[in-house]
Design a protein around this ligand. Structure first.
Ligand code: NAI
Ligand code: MG
Length: 363
């Protein structure tokens, strides 16, 4: 059976970056006997323009039926004043919700060729390869009550509620342990058990999950604030970090800054394994947005999108050799000195989106 991919290029530089992935898929089908079948849909502002909402029901159905979804980026100034419920971002939120993508994977990799141009010290970032696993569908961003309450005395109270149930912690830590087995075999769990009940439970459930199912993986616990400090001080001590929605949001943005440009950062969001097939629903997307400031100029860095496809090969299709090869090709063109504008430094060769994509494919 063919591997079914749904491409949702979206807005701005999304389609420009996706075009480079499309070339790689065409090459794999033609030359490597891969069997990807592609479907296409609209998401974000472009979907609003056609359907009046950020993703149509037909495209949602395609996403649910696909083996994996590749997502570009959504949004732009054209849609700044559309109604809140149908704004471009609503398309991504709908996909995450309906596909039940509870595990967000954010790798922070520092390619050797870019270590010199990092804003951080070379010895700290060179060769960095860590993976942050963030819980994406629970915690304080979703817990009830969530409101601004009028206290009637001229005061208001803003309320968000951090809630985690055992099953949510079990499934996210299971993803982290499984991924660790394919990498450095170490998981660091981060919470604030010293001040939060949800942190106490998080710690207990991760510990129990480790003991019963993954005793071969090394596990350590760290308070999330100390973890943030350690990420900046000596990030290479980590392999896989597992943490909740809020801490994961912040820690993954901190880790992103260790690696250079937004244009380099891929991500994956995974759901639970299907009871029958064992396959997880999955969506792969660059961390960056639609970059309206450079859209249409051919200057966008396609590496984040291409690296997201490499994650897709690795995690949705277990095509580990192909994923390794694609990532090595990215490292190789950087080694050769090719740079898009966002990662340009002195003495390097400046190229555009298409040239970068072509060079990676050639490599
Ligand atoms: P952004 O990530 O689009 O751009 C931030 C800066 O980084 C810009 O200067 C941009 O040119 C640069 N940049 C980003 N990706 C790049 C790439 N691949 N190559 C070269 N340079 C790159 O974030 P911004 O400007 O805050 O948001 C722009 C639009 O994107 C907004 O409408 C926002 O809502 C949307 N957005 C969408 C996201 C998504 O689709 N997941 C995520 C973040 C923002
Ligand atoms: Mg964030």
């Amino acid at each position: 059976a063919a591997r079914k991919l749904l491409l949702l290029p979206g807005d701005g530089i999304g389609p420009e970056a996706m075009a480079e992935v499309r070339k790689i898929i065409a090459y794999m089908n033609a030359e490597l006997n891969s069997d990807f079948s592609l479907e296409e849909g609209l998401v974000g502002g472009c979907a609003y323009d056609v359907h009046g909402k950020a993703i149509s029901e037909a495209d949602m159905a395609k996403a649910l039926a696909a083996d994996a979804v590749l997502f570009g980026a959504v949004g732009g100034p054209e849609w700044d004043s559309v109604p809140y419920d149908v704004r471009p971002e609503a398309g991504l939120l709908r996909l995450r919700k309906d596909m039940e993508l509870f595990a967000n994977l954010r790798p922070a990799i520092c390619y050797p060729a870019l270590a010199d141009s990092s804003s951080l010290k070379k010895e700290i970032v060179e060769g960095l390869d860590i993976l942050i696993v963030r819980e994406l569908t629970g915690g304080v961003y979703f817990g009830e009550p969530k409101e601004i309450r009028d206290l009637g005395n001229g005061q208001k109270r803003g309320i968000d509620t951090q809630v985690y149930d055992t099953y949510e912690i079990e499934r996210i830590s299971g993803v982290a342990f499984e991924l660790a087995r394919t990498r450095g075999n170490k998981v660091t769990s981060m919470e604030k058990r010293n001040v939060m009940k949800s942190g106490v439970l998080w710690n207990e459930v991760v510990t129990a999950t480790h003991k019963t199912k993954y005793p071969d993986v090394k596990l350590e616990h760290m308070l999330a604030d100390a973890g943030g400090m350690q990420l900046v001080r000596w990030p290479k001590q980590f392999d896989v970090i597992v943490t909740d929605n809020l801490f994961g949001d912040m820690l993954s943005d901190i880790a992103a800054m260790l690696t250079g440009s937004l244009g380099m950062l891929p991500s994956a969001s995974l759901g639970a394994p299907d009871a029958k097939t064992g396959k997880r629903k999955a969506l792969y997307e660059p961390v960056h947005g639609s970059a309206p400031d450079i859209a249409g100029t051919g200057a966008a860095n396609p590496i984040a999108m291409i690296a997201s496809f490499a994650m897709c090969l690795r995690y949705s299709f277990n095509m580990v050799a192909e994923a390794d090869r694609l990532e090595a090709a990215v490292a190789g063109v950087l080694e050769d000195g090719l740079r898009t504008g966002d990662i340009m430094s002195e003495g390097k060769t400046k190229v555009g989106t298409v040239e970068m994509g072509d060079a990676i494919l050639a490599k």
